[in-house]
Design a protein around this ligand. Sequence first.
Ligand code: GDP
Length: 323
Amino acid sequence: MNTAALLADAIGRHDRRALAQAITLVESGLKEHQSQARELLAALPAPDQPALRIGITGPPGAGKSTFIETLGGHLIDRGHSVAVLTVDPSSVVSGGSILGDKTRMPTLSANEKAFVRPSPSSGTEGGVGRFTREAIAVCEAAGFDRVIVETVGVGQSELRAASMTDVFILLLVPGSGDELQGIKRGVMELADLILVNKADGQLAQTANRTVSEYAAATGFLQARTADWKVPVLAMSALKDIGVVEVLEQMEKFFVHVTTAGLLSSRRESQASEALMQALHEGLLDKFLRNEKNADEVERVRRKVAKGQLTPGLAARALIDQFT
Ligand code: GDP
């Protein structure tokens, strides 16, 4: 058997080292790895049971990793197995990582029913998060039936995370609901569940007020999921207050989208969008890797910047020139 087939086989036996290796392979920008990754994905065994893909976003420090630790513990108590993947946009921009390099979620990481994948290194070629979808598939094949995709709510990454998950959770902290804590309205529209964390001690009262503010605000938003009123809940990830209620809402949501047939249609449209996005990105990469093309684009870019050409016409002329 070749490497990909051996790996796929080991993943089917829920071998964690194989799982880690496989994720490294699918995230790799190297050409030879990419062809092995394709073989691996094609050879993966079907998951034992359908997994629920849970997206979690929120500003840095809102308590995402604390929440995932607590939520993960409850999920495991209920017989689930939990994989956690991160999409960390900062490693692309700054080379550093908002999510930090230290081991986050130590309790969950040590649990044999859990798999916590640290954020991709800054050296990841091809854009962080581009291959998270593939990493999810590998985790599902390895028997994990709850896959959490975590992202910091500061940029484009939450759109990406929402586009590959079944339920999307926005985690906020008490206070300044009117400023939406730097969270754009667009992100609120992606949420199926809004949580106000740190509702403990002195912050408990403010948390309840924040819940009312957000509940009022969501009333004006178009919910992402038909016939689903987005719950806004106060909880404390640290003190484990209200986390079970969150879990119940999440499972209720799962039942709702499954019985209404929304889960499969959402996944179908997500998969087609992902294909189109990968095509866009792949074609552009290939186009720009050719030096002549890159030079020509740079020449045109300067003209566009000076206002000598409009972007739309310039793009059309470039495309005509090269096709
Ligand atoms: P992340 O950056 O969103 O992953 O946030 P962390 O989970 O690392 O938490 C940031 C800080 O907030 C840490 O000091 C946590 O102990 C604290 N924290 C997280 N959840 C709670 C909570 O429910 N209540 C309180 N009081 N502090 C919390």
